[in-house]
Design a protein around this ligand. Structure first.
Ligand code: BDR
Ligand code: CA
Length: 309
């Protein structure tokens, strides 16, 4: 059984990753930690709580984390995810509260109390992870594995031509996390842009069924509406769900060792993930270079249909 912490900024695709985690018997979801990213921290935390309530999983602790990046000014992604972060999905205020422990302390405590057992899956900006490493560097040796959705290694970025959102939002945090010397796998746009799902496919999946499916419909429809004018974006990129799925079945992705650094100075390239695949001996992570998109898509819909009929 995979003991997992999901560090997240829900976020439409974060919500899909969360539902997938809850639907996966291979995983014990030990906690959800939130970070500012797609929308501000108060929103990402509220969203995590309401999504858990919707799924009837209020037993999973939610810890709120950091509310701004380490150095750069905060930039959201509300244009993509809507002002609430969940598209046009509206849910009542949650009845449950986050735990009193800060996300950074929860991450440290969980990892240090079970050396070699906790897998960290981070699908938002990396601020919480960077602060946890700063406060307790030994987590780098005690964590089982770290999966991160972020970066663009051999492909263009999605916020700027150079940078992907999660890295761009807090490049200094990403820099610290990439150089922590821990077992890290990076699920970058190189892989996630290969797993896109059409509006028709989501419509088919959500045409009947309960509250979770309806929520997915409302969130993804918003996304498709936002991008309606743009032919190339009519497919929904499954960034965060792919990262979660890879933490369960790492062979969904083809990995290559790489030395990846983060551009912190460039006026045009801030947050670029500069990857050197030519010197594997220097590698600081395993980068995603290809993905079995068909297998992932089949896995995703099978798993989701079983869990949420
Ligand atoms: C990443 O940015 C966010 O908007 C998504 O939730 C995902 O984690 C993709 O670049
Ligand atoms: Ca995210």
């Amino acid at each position: 059984m995979l003991r997992l912490i999901l560090d997240t900024d829900p976020g439409i695709d974060d919500a899909l990753a969360l539902f997938l985690a809850l639907a996966s018997p291979e995983i014990t979801l030990e906690a959800i930690t939130t970070v500012c990213g797609n929308v501000p921290l108060a929103r990402t935390t509220r969203n995590a709580l309401t999504l858990l309530e919707l799924a009837g999983r209020t037993d999973i602790p939610v810890a709120a984390g950091t509310s701004c990046p380490l150095v750069v000014p905060y930039v959201d992604a509300a244009l993509v995810h809507g002002g609430t972060g969940l598209g046009s999905l509206t849910l009542p205020d949650p009845q449950i509260q986050p735990v009193s422990q800060h996300a950074v302390d929860l991450i440290i405590e969980k990892i240090m109390s079970a050396p070699g057992e906790i897998t960290l899956v981070a699908v938002g900006p990396l601020t919480n992870l960077a602060l946890a490493l700063r406060k307790e560097p030994r987590i780098a040796h005690a964590v089982r594995e770290v999966y991160i959705m972020g970066g663009a290694l051999r492909v263009p970025g999605n916020v700027t031509p150079a940078a992907e959102f999660n890295i761009y939002c807090d490049p200094h945090a990403a820099h610290a996390v990439f150089h922590a010397g821990w077992p890290l796998r990076l699920v970058s746009l190189d892989a996630t842009h290969q797993v896109s799902i059409s509006q028709t496919r989501f419509a088919e999946f959500t045409s009947y069924g309960g509250a979770i499916k309806q929520a997915i419909r409302q969130m993804t429809d918003f996304y498709f509406d936002v991008f309606q004018a743009n032919e190339t974006s009519k497919k929904f990129h499954m960034h965060d769900p792919l990262c979660l799925a890879a933490a369960i079945y790492s062979d969904l992705i083809t990995w290559e060792p790489a030395y990846v650094d983060v551009e912190l100075q460039g006026t045009l390239t801030l947050g670029e993930t500069v990857a050197d695949f030519k010197h594997p001996e220097k590698a600081n992570l395993l980068g995603s270079v290809a993905v079995d998109a068909e297998r992932f898509t089949q896995f995703y819909f099978e798993r989701m249909s079983q869990a949420y009929p």
